[in-house]
Design a protein around this ligand. Sequence first.
Ligand code: SF4
Length: 295
Amino acid sequence: MPKEIEVKSVLNKTKKRDSWFLCDYTINMYSGCSFNCLYCYIRGSKYGTHMERNLGIKVNAIERLEKQLATKAKKQQYGIIVVSSATDPYLQFEKEYELTRQALAVIAKYRFPVHIITKSDLVIRDLDLLKEIDQTAILPADLQEKLGRGTIITFSFSTIDEKIASIFEPGATSPSLRLEALKTVKEKGFLSGISMMPMIPYVSDLGAHLEELFSTFTGLGADYILPATITLFGHQASDSRTLVFRAIEKHYPELLPKYQKLFKDGAELPAYYRNAFHRKMKELAQKYEVRDRII
Ligand code: SF4
């Protein structure tokens, strides 16, 4: 069972809005993430090998958010709130706790814009609140013309292959349900696209699979596709590098020497690999006529 925890603050201001996710603020209603992706960037000793066992539910988060947003709104400090940056807003526990839903109601009340980033189809439950935010949020001055609306919904994928997903994202909602959710939000007129992050070398970044990803996402109406390569950290039992290497050894043993070579100098893939990947992404974005940025 998850721990119930109390926090001093839940709304974090970023130093500068990033061009990928347009993030001015972040909120995380949960501490840790029960989706337990092996490649997750928040991994490390803090949450342990099985992140779902150390999940924290921030039980006073709504009360804190209400106070923090009231202050920001009074000062007219409007900005896009990314939900979430270090967990998923729609973990299985969200069905019971409804912290994300309550947070969206507070965000709607104070008229802040939101960017939902998720690996779950549970976001469909909250489309009523997200529609209200889309229509009534007050945007920062520099985004009023360029964005012109209050809700962005991004679905995150490292693959659409169910077997690969079950190895690398064992706790997340299946890709097919995420695709159904993308279809629904596009049919309902939301701005929505894909975080294709991270692509798993030689497993989900092969030419045929990349074509399938672009063709599937654009076929469902995705407005943008944001691709990125993988970064793997650490040598402890709960670190992403250890866990991904172990999965490669078990499920794709023939790839292990390639992985050892790719990551021999550190956490990032070598420049030649990243450059080739980004060239391929540009090519596919042009072919499928999809943006590689939200705006
Ligand atoms: S859904 Fe995101 S935050 Fe959760 S484990 Fe996966 S990568 Fe990490």
